[in-house]
Every structure is written in C-alpha cells, then in structure tokens.
Design a protein around this ligand. Sequence first.
Ligand code: FO1
Length: 311
Amino acid sequence: MSERVTILTGGVGGAKLVLGLCHAIPAENVTAIVNTADDFNHLGLAVSPDIDTLLYTLSGKANAAQGWGREGESWSFMEALRSLGAEDWFQLGDGDLALHVLRSKRLQQGEHLSSIIADFASAWNISARILPMSDDRVGTMVGTDEGLLDFQHYFVRRRCEPVVRTISFEGANTAKPAKGVIEAITGSDCKAILIAPSNPFLSIDPILAVRGIREALVETRTPVIAVSPIVAGKAVKGPTANIMMELGLEVSAVAVANHYAGMIDAILVDERDAPAPLHIASAQADTLMTTLEDRIRVARAALELADSIRR
Ligand code: FO1
C-alpha cells in the first residue's frame, strides 16, 4: 500500500500544513520539498528562511505568532550589532544564529545544503524528510517600481511596499533538483502530492522553476492537490493578494487553480469561497489553520480529495 505523501511548501502557511500532515499520517512518510529561493547571504551568513521555518515548526521551536524564528528568542547579537552601527533591518536571534553559522561553515566546506538540513532535522528529532528544492543557488528577484530587488530586500527591508511588476528566479534554469526530489514526485510509493497554501508566485513558482520539477508534476500518476492560499478573496497572511492584484490577477481560488493548470488534479478551496466554476475537481473545507487540530483537518481534507482522484 503506497503510504508516502509529498508536499511542496514555502513560507509560514506552508509550514502549518506540513505540521498538520505530520500528524495526519506518520511523519516518517512525509517528504517536504522546500523553496530555497528566499535564501540569501546576510553579514556573510547563509540564511534559508523557508527551510528554517519548517525546522522550527516541526520541532516545536517556532515563534508561531511571528511566523518565523524561534519562540523565546534573545536578541543580544542584534543589540551588539546595532552598537557597532551595522545594518539591522534583518533580525537574527541569538538561537537562530546557530543555524546560520553552522550552515555557513558546512556550505563553505563544500557540503550540500540537503545533507546539512538532514543533519539539523535529525538533531531535532524531525522524522519527516525535508528536501531543499535544489542544492544549487536560486534567488528570487522582484522587479518593482523601485527597480530590481532581491527577495529579502523587497519582503523585509521594504516590507512589500514596492509595486511588483515581475518575479524571476535567478539560477533556476541551471539549478538541479536535490537528490530525492524527483523520486518524491514520481515514485510509485507516493499516494498524494500536495501544494501547500504558500504564496504561489513567491514560494511555489521557484520550486516549479527548477529543471525537471514541473515536468515531473505533469507526468506523475500520483494525484496532485493544491490547497488554496486565498480565503474569501483575501490571502491569509503575507503579500499573496497584493501580488495577484499587482500582476493583474483576480484574487481567488480560481486564479490560483489556473496558475497551477496542467499540474494539479484538484484544489481544496475554503468553504467561505463560493464553489466557483473550476476546470478541475475541487472540494471545500474550513482551510483556516489556527490550531494544530485545524492543520490536521486541512491535511486530512487534502488527502481525502487525493483519494477521490485516481489518475
Ligand atoms: N521576516 C521579517 O519580516 N523580518 C525579519 O527581520 C526577518 C528575519 C528573519 C530571520 C531568519 C529567517 O529564517 C526568517 C526571517 N524573516 C524575517 C522571515 C523571512 O523573511 C520570510 O519568512 C521568508 O523569506 C518568506 O517566507
């Protein structure tokens, strides 16, 4: 009986659903393929925000209210940094620093990101498999009315204020999928592939831009289910709705389904959204994920939708 489930994820919303999935089925049967195009080098440190949000979320260390970083964090590094007049727009907590320092050291020694992350996950007793989409460098660049900005500059330093005109993923066309990524999509032991309710343009598209991943999703016989990040015409968190408007798209689950057309078999939409005419199968559920029970409920609803679709 094929047991495994693969989930494509990035950002805060995605991490919530991965956690729900790790409670809905045995966590060791979960493979998360994670966006790494938000990664950037800050003060000489290799920062991988979407990977780290998942490490914290799955190990119970996450600052749930903030969506990133650790619960109960201390900030003496930032205070010392400010006293030295260094740039302080990107908050690096004292505990969070350990990830960046260790990751930077091991990357500089030539190790692959995927093996570093696997060690961090096992150190924190995370039994789900966390795979970066690629071990090669990919960087989201946001073309705005203020010019071309790298992602963290747009997202954190400028707080998403610049108007988005284009989104591109530097390095995606030469980046190779990390070991295990394609098999996690095409393997016969995989019973469902979920696209988490992450920002389709900033968190999922970079994964699809890595050579071979979009093609694998189109070819796989395993049902591919997207969970809509739009609830009642609004994004639950983050700039998804604004970006859809700035890109001239309708802010709706239908627009998300169209964005993933050709790759997904069905979409799970929120019960607050009218069951709009969709060109693919869909189901409705309460997709707001505040509590752990909510996250498990959404994961179960997505898996049920997958079960109802047999390619
Ligand atoms: N987001 C912020 O809005 N402000 C920050 O200072 C900040 C610091 C930070 C440090 C480490 C990390 O892993 C994530 C951090 N984030 C911060 C969040 C990050 O920019 C976003 O989570 C992702 O890039 C988008 O999903």
